[in-house]
Design a protein around this ligand. Sequence first.
Ligand code: COA
Length: 371
Amino acid sequence: MNRVAITGTGIFTPDEVVTNAELVASYNEYARRQNEEHADEIASGSRDPLPMSSEEFILKASGIERRHVMDKSGVIDPSRMMPKLRPRPDDEISIMAEIAVDAAKQALEQAGRTAADIDGVICAASNHERAYPAIAVEIQHALGIKGFGFDMNVACSSATFGIQAAADMIRSGSARAILMVNPEITSGHQEWRDRDCHFIFGDVCTAVVMERVEGNEDGWEILSTRLATEFSNNIRNNNGFLRRTHDQMGERRDMQFMQEGRKVFRQVVPMVADLMLSHLAEQDLQPSDLSRMWLHQANKNMNDLIGQKVLGREPTREEQPNVLQDYANTSSAGSIIAFSKFSGDLPSGSLGIICSFGAGYSVGSVIVRRM
Ligand code: COA
């Protein structure tokens, strides 16, 4: 079996930022207009008024302060409440492939590799903008990579599942190096008109280069990976290709992200902590051996609790860095942003764990050691 390492990462961050204050102002104006328009039904009791959102709630419940988005004007326009993205003709690169190419170029540069060194592309994300051809094949074409590409989706866990898929191919020898990208245009499937979740997501794309260890690479060796899934309806998006066959093409709440937030919090935290602890134990490692944990970035309170369960004490900000205050939940990209931004300072021999979790339910754990 070959040894495998992460030798480069990259992040595409959209320029536009929506602060909690801007988000709440636009949602509250949308809610006020809705309540005014439906004043009679609300007065007769046949309709509930839309409640107002608050900055204080968002910060306290999630730790999120702002998010990057591909289109701010559409998202904060109370008469629209969703991004406005220009439709692209088939002979122009798709938007997911475009942001992935940007992040991929950074990851390749950090790895000191070119397209010629890569054998395959995995596009792992929580939504893909079309059914086919695969976005990964378009990225492969745009970068001039030979070999193969495929798309995969395990929601917020897509990146760690993508790392295991790539690492297994490299270990067994079917590929020498793989580029994995996570273009997350979450603003397209977030429901900006629902105060329970309108603050959750942000847009970004991450990229990871993984390759066979041949001796003198600088990077993080992937020591072991573990995945787990358990079916749950508590995070769900019902949008799909059979929609027209159900004669349900009208406006529907379940065509966007939905969750039972409290249940997700309660059920996913122990699942994540259990997988991380059993994974470490299988590798004869103690939580105290870890220099850092790069967790999925959904909720600060959730991460604090997971860190506490794994370490048996509160983790420091250095041990468990968060980026969600600036990025919000970027679905599969969150743990990779944290890893990319907060791993360069650790010395050779340091151990860490990348862990993501989300819909499915799904959890992925990747133990790495600085070479
Ligand atoms: N502004 C003000 N009040 C709000 C609000 C908002 N934007 N959104 C909800 N509230 C209200 C609720 O209506 C509720 O009021 P009530 O007590 O009168 O019924 C109260 O605040 C608590 O709401 P709840 O949804 O139970 O909040 P929470 O503490 O569970 O936090 C999440 C919500 C989503 C942040 C949290 O449940 C969570 O992080 N869940 C899982 C993680 C996740 O987001 N996963 C995504 C995929 S990985």
